[in-house]
Design a protein around this ligand. Structure first.
Ligand code: NAD
Ligand code: UFG
Length: 337
């Protein structure tokens, strides 16, 4: 198939472009490079031996999106493009609602006009909000507790309504848990701009000497070691989950929801210990105040993805840390190195 990947120069997108090319698909990428670099695609091409067609386009520009589709022969779309920093979304909600909602609406309207109706969407475990019991199951009522999460929930609602109204649509809503790691080559990986929001990129920057120490947000939670539990998933497993979901929906109309997680929780300190093992040295840290909005623990019920897609995670937290570290060590300043 010829697959359009929005956000394809980003962290998860670049790994998925590689997985798609390895599965024999042709890839077209749209990205406005607001949080990524085209260098990722050059390196993906180096790894796969295949070039993806790249368009520096902002999804809020509907006419530009239209031009990409015109005569391109696209069969399906995987939609990663969006802004994703929870704290920033609280401070600048309009930026998030505008970018994520308008970008997605433009994309699906253009798809509809071009008779392209197979769609895989990057949702997030954050849609489960704070009131659901763990593990999270796809049939639970959703309700995010921050603007970023609400853009995901609202887009899920829009796509569900669309699928219900028009049976020609084939839609997968993929709820990711906590993606970490990098391609084992160390050539592509996560390259956050500014201070990393997420745990493993922060640890990696401490390990490589860019930051002094890790702040562990809270050591007094009601968990085995007092730090929060999360369901970490290797980005390569996540990328393979997209290929599996795409194969599934390509043959079936409807709206499908899958958690992409391992079904296991790891604590902040367990992840830190795994990363120290990968580096071979202790990593300085300090236990500080809890971070506002953090939940003590959540992980996926991963049974549906296994039953429907035959997909499950294959890589351990140790492997995620080894691969993340190889990428960081070889590229201390990310793609700017
Ligand atoms: P990323 O920032 O590396 O990738 C997103 C890409 O989208 C970037 O390359 C950015 O330049 C591009 N983009 C943003 N707005 C755009 C627009 N208007 N037009 C064109 N391109 C635009 O992030 P990622 O970690 O690869 O995440 C990919 C998707 O997965 C996002 O939708 C994110 O919300 C979702 N997600 C990520 C995580 C995570 O922890 N990384 C967890 C759950 C869900
Ligand atoms: N953590 C630290 N120190 C840090 C960063 C994180 O102790 O410097 C802790 C957090 O408190 C949390 C765990 O590490 O207990 C994981 O935190 P992340 O920020 O990596 O990930 P979250 O589970 O908090 O998920 C967040 C948002 C989600 C979003 C996801 C991906 O809450 O909505 O990031 O962007 F989907």
């Amino acid at each position: 198939m010829k697959i359009l990947v929005t956000g394809g120069t980003g962290y998860i997108g670049s790994h998925t472009v590689l997985s798609l090319q390895e599965a024999g698909h042709d890839v077209v990428v749209i990205d406005n490079l607001v949080n990524s670099s085209e260098e990722s695609l050059r390196r993906v091409a180096e790894l796969s031996g295949k070039e993806a067609e790249f368009h520096n386009v902002d999804l809020v520009d509907e006419a530009a999106v239209e031009q990409v589709f015109a005569g391109a022969g696209i069969d399906a779309v995987i939609h990663f493009a969006g802004l994703k920093a929870v704290g920033e979304s609280v401070r600048e909600p309009l930026k998030y609602y505008y970018n994520n909602l308008v970008g997605t609406l433009n994309l699906i309207r253009v798809m509809d006009r071009h008779d392209v109706r197979s769609f895989v969407f990057s949702s997030s475990a954050t849609v489960y909000g704070e009131h659901n019991p763990i593990p999270y199951v796809e049939k639970m009522e959703i309700g995010a507790n921050n603007p970023y999460g609400r853009t995901k929930e609202q887009i899920e609602d829009i796509l569900s309504d669309l699928g219900d109204a028009d049976p020609r649509w084939h839609i997968a809503l993929l709820r990711y848990f906590n993606p970490v790691g990098a391609h084992p080559s160390g050539r592509i990986g996560e390259d956050p701009q500014g201070i990393p929001n997420n745990l493993v990129p922060f640890i990696a920057q401490v390990a490589v000497g860019r930051r002094e120490k890790l702040m562990v947000f809270g050591g007094d939670y009601d968990t085995p070691d007092g730090t929060c539990l999360r369901d970490y998933i290797h980005v390569e497993d996540l990328a393979e989950g997209h290929v599996a979901a795409l194969n599934y929906v390509a043959g079936r109309a409807g709206v499908f929801r899958w958690n992409l997680g391992s079904g296991r929780g790891s604590s902040v300190l367990e992840v830190l210990r795994s990363f120290e093992k990968a580096v071979g040295e202790p990593i300085p840290y300090e236990i500080t105040e809890r971070r506002a909005g953090d939940l003590p623990a959540f992980w996926a019920d991963a049974a549906s993805a296994l039953a429907d897609l035959g997909w499950s995670t294959t890589k351990t937290v140790d492997q995620m840390c080894e691969d993340h570290w190889r990428w960081q060590k070889n590229n201390p300043q990310g793609y700017a190195s």
